[in-house]
Design a protein around this ligand. Structure first.
Ligand code: URA
Ligand code: CA
Length: 434
């Protein structure tokens, strides 16, 4: 088999066989197929797309490129959640402790932020002392004891995705439905959970901007999960504005802790509760959504959810006192208020640009080599549909290095559009695919 034939076949719009997909993945991971030919094939896939059979084959080839994690040391149903990536999307740090406190078993391997999106590992590392690197034995022990552990992916978990994701990032081929589905599902299948709750984002801050595309992506991922024998549900949720108020690592941890203490009613809390309710249902711990919600609200009220989070933090070497006193988290040197220069309603947000504004302050990486400043970011003061007066604070900027501050503020202000009419309210959850 020759890779040039495979590229030509896809470029012509034909379907690739399982053997051809395997040949590509094996050859790319081993280094026999160079980046330039892999790039050409990715771009052909981007333009000509893959059908669901090809997408499933790609996922399974990617799973086979590395280790499959055995979580049999954890008692009970292991449940995982995964977001396709967003801004102020802190649901893992809320849903994980909530589900753990209700008796669930959350053994989660997370990723880092890339581009405008945040990553759970970067957020967790803003907690002083916490390590996201744990042996498989320690990972399973922590889940058995505290119901929850979140760690980085082991070196040999879907090596095909590590290589392909980095290549997609620099060849502008991230936003393809099949490539996203295979990337997410290969990691979920290889990391061993029995049940998977997917949070598929749609809107201006998501990789899938159009709701119909997000529905299709969610459908493909649920199908792949079921084929692999995993009980899978997908929620398609809104990403047309930051989900929470905080955009930045320590700030997002602070917001998650405040929600676990019962504060901050709003979309982030509602999304985390909806995802948690499905995690409990797939874990056979609740029969209905109403039952799940009752359990979740009670572990917020009685402090058990916060205690689960503190338990995980301590077990992973972090300072659990942050859950009592958020001022122990890293804090920025300066807080700058960014104000509205006209009155009206917040009518639209370019949420990718808001993510980039936070990244420019140092909350994310522009290149893989960049080092994150855990303390910096934005704290949003307005949401879509809010009335604004001239001079109202739109967001607080938490700043250390002012190198890119002006560009960050300019891009933020251009991203938050103030119109003369109140926009139509958007749903938070568009669809649930079972
Ligand atoms: N998250 C992933 O893990 N992979 C993608 O391709 C997109 C989002
Ligand atoms: Ca709304």
């Amino acid at each position: 088999m020759h890779i040039t034939d495979v590229i030509l076949k896809k470029r012509s719009g034909e379907k690739l066989s399982r053997e051809e997909i395997d040949f590509f993945i094996k050859g790319y991971v081993s280094g026999d197929i160079p980046d330039y030919q892999a790039s050409a094939l990715l771009m052909a896939i981007w333009f000509k797309r893959m059908d669901s059979r090809e997408t499933t084959d790609l996922t399974l080839s990617m799973v086979a490129s590395g280790d499959t994690i055995d979580l049999s040391g954890i008692e009970g149903i292991k449940v995982d959640k995964h977001s396709t990536g967003g801004v102020a999307d802190t649901t893992t740090l809320i849903a994980g402790p909530l589900v753990a406190a209700c008796g669930g078993r959350v053994a989660k391997m997370s990723g880092r932020g890339l581009g405008h999106t945040g990553g759970t590992l970067d957020k967790l590392e803003s907690i002083p002392g916490l390590s996201i690197e744990q042996s498989m034995e320690s990972f399973q022990n922590i889940v058995n004891k505290h119901g929850l552990s979140v760690i980085g992916q082991t070196a040999n978990l879907v090596p095909a995705d590590k290589k392909l994701y980095a290549l997609r990032d620099v060849t502008v081929t991230v936003d393809n439905m099949s490539l996203i589905a295979a990337s997410v599902m290969s990691k979920k299948i290889a990391s061993g959970a029995d049940a998977i709750v997917l949070d598929v984002k749609t809107g201006s801050g998501a990789f899938m901007k159009k709701t119909e595309d997000a529905f299709e992506l969610a459908g493909i991922m649920v199908e792949i999960g079921k084929l692999a024998g995993r009980n899978t549900v997908a929620l398609v949720t809104d990403m047309n504005q930051p989900l929470g108020n905080a955009v930045g690592n320590a700030l997002e941890v602070r917001e998650a802790i405040e929600i676990l203490k019962g504060g901050h009613a709003g979309d982030l809390k509602d999304a985390a509760l909806a995802l948690s309710a499905w995690m409990l249902r797939l874990s056979n711990l609740a029969g209905t959504e109403a039952e799940a919600m009752k359990m979740l609200n009670s572990v917020i009220e009685n402090g058990a959810a916060l205690k689960s989070f503190a338990g995980m933090i301590e077990a992973q070497g972090g300072n659990p006192a942050v859950t009592d006193d958020v001022s122990l988290l890293p804090s920025a040197g300066k807080i700058i208020e960014v104000k509205a220069d006209k009155a009206g309603w917040v009518s639209e947000m370019d949420n990718t640009e808001i993510g980039i504004a936070a990244m420019l302050l140092g909350a994310g990486r522009q290149t893989k080599a960049d080092v994150i400043d855990p303390a910096v970011g934005l704290w949003m003061k307005k949401r879509l549909g809010d009335a604004v007066s001239l001079g109202d604070v739109l967001a607080e900027f938490y700043v250390n290095d002012e190198k890119n501050l002006k560009e960050s503020i300019d891009r933020f202000k251009a991203a938050v559009k103030i119109g003369s009419e109140k926009p139509e309210d958007l749903p938070l959850i568009y669809k649930v695919i079972e």
